[in-house]
Design a protein around this ligand. Sequence first.
Ligand code: CMP
Length: 227
Amino acid sequence: MNKIELLQSVSLFWDLTEKELGYISEKMVLRHYEAGQMILLEASEGEQCFFVTEGSVKITRLSKEGREVILAILNDGDFFGEMSLLDGESRSANVIALDDTKVLTLNRNDFLLVIKEYPQIAIQLLKEMALRLRKSDRQIASLSLSDAEKRIALCILRIAEEQGVIQKGHVSIPKAPIQQDIANMSGTSRETVSRALKLLEKEGFIQRNGRELLINNYNKFIEEFDS
Ligand code: CMP
């Protein structure tokens, strides 16, 4: 795939013509990261914005006790690294590849130039940042729940909304995060996640098949845990 085809999967650029994409893609560099590799380090200087064309990354920070807290998981079509380019502050979080991941990068000056030249990108960027704020608000609300199982169920719902494939009322998450990552997203331990998943399975809410996690009845799951 050439850079233009790769860029077509990035939501920020959906309103652009092929010619415009061609112009922007010339300024971009393709990079490849292996699973587990650190892409950005919190508090470092921000120089580039990243557009994920393949794979997925986790956005993390360390708690005071040194535990990893996962703020979000981003997939192909998403972008990251825009915050420090926009406000001139240092990187707000770490970004780590979850799978083998390909990104296109744009340096600070080109990123700011492209936003000024194409206002439709600025609108998409604002929409995505509003969506991220909404998700963070929901995450804060769910982390304040004392019931760890409910926090884990809500975390599964979040993952399903972003990565799930709906089929006749079931939702399949083909490559669910590992249990430690679910724990770090829901503010609990891996052991509690393991227990909660077993219970959800026993109660007929979910099925597991290797890395695939299937929510049997999506509406019932929402009714039970998110209403
Ligand atoms: P920046 O601060 O430059 O580097 C870290 C990046 O992680 C940040 O830009 C955002 O792109 C991304 N990021 C930080 N917090 C969140 C969040 N809550 N949800 C999604 N992405 C985030």
